[in-house]
Write a protein that binds this ligand. Structure first.
Ligand code: PRP
Ligand code: ADE
Length: 163
């Protein structure tokens, strides 16, 4: 699934993932020293790569009886790599037993996804899976997700890529 550091592809990898990864701009040491900020604005501007992101998610979830896509989400505070934040969701935005996928651009600590899961479960929705364009397939992150599967397209980029 992931693009390796040397640009080689893992066996069986979707050929679209390399272009998706390369369209992400890395901003070293932003907003703090030591953070390799993964800026997806360049991915959003790359119509072909962004279409591939949407197509991959649509293909994955089209037959899973999903009724809600929670792109941004009562309120739940959480901790990020570089501070704390809070997610909010309209009361009534999700009905009991609705099947939800949570989509975000990136997972780092898993705090945001964890807060989103807590919010949605408080509304009695069923969170089917979390999906992110960028993230590490990290056990520490997965352990925060209350057993929910995490689907990731590409690893964070480590180097500035000339944008
Ligand atoms: O896994 P975590 O440690 O919670 O980090 C992931 C979150 O960090 C970024 O959001 P951020 O709040 O920085 O701002 P943005 O949504 O405006 O990009 C990103 O979009 C995720 O939502
Ligand atoms: N390295 C990173 N790049 C972009 N968004 C983030 N959110 C948390 N860590 C991040």
């Amino acid at each position: 699934m992931f693009v390796l550091e040397n640009g080689a592809k893992k066996k069986g990898e979707d050929p679209r993932l390399q272009a998706i990864s390369q369209a992400i701009r890395v901003v070293p040491h932003f907003p703090k020293q030591g953070i390799m900020f993964q800026d997806i604005t360049t991915l959003l501007l790359d119509h072909s790569a962004f279409k591939d992101v949407v197509d991959i998610f649509v293909d994955r979830y089209r037959d899973m009886d999903i009724s809600v896509v929670a792109g941004e989400v009562i309120s739940e505070k959480y901790v990020l790599e570089y501070g704390t934040d809070c997610l909010e969701m309209h009361v009534g935005a999700v009905q009991h037993n609705e099947r939800v996928i949570i989509i975000d651009d990136l997972v780092a600590t898993g705090g945001t996804l964890s807060a989103a899961i807590i919010l949605l479960e408080r509304a009695d929705a069923e969170v089917v899976e979390c999906a992110c364009v960028i993230g590490l397939s990290d056990l520490k992150v997965r352990s925060k997700l209350n057993g929910k599967p995490l689907y990731i397209l590409v690893e964070p980029r480590q180097v500035e890529n000339g944008f």
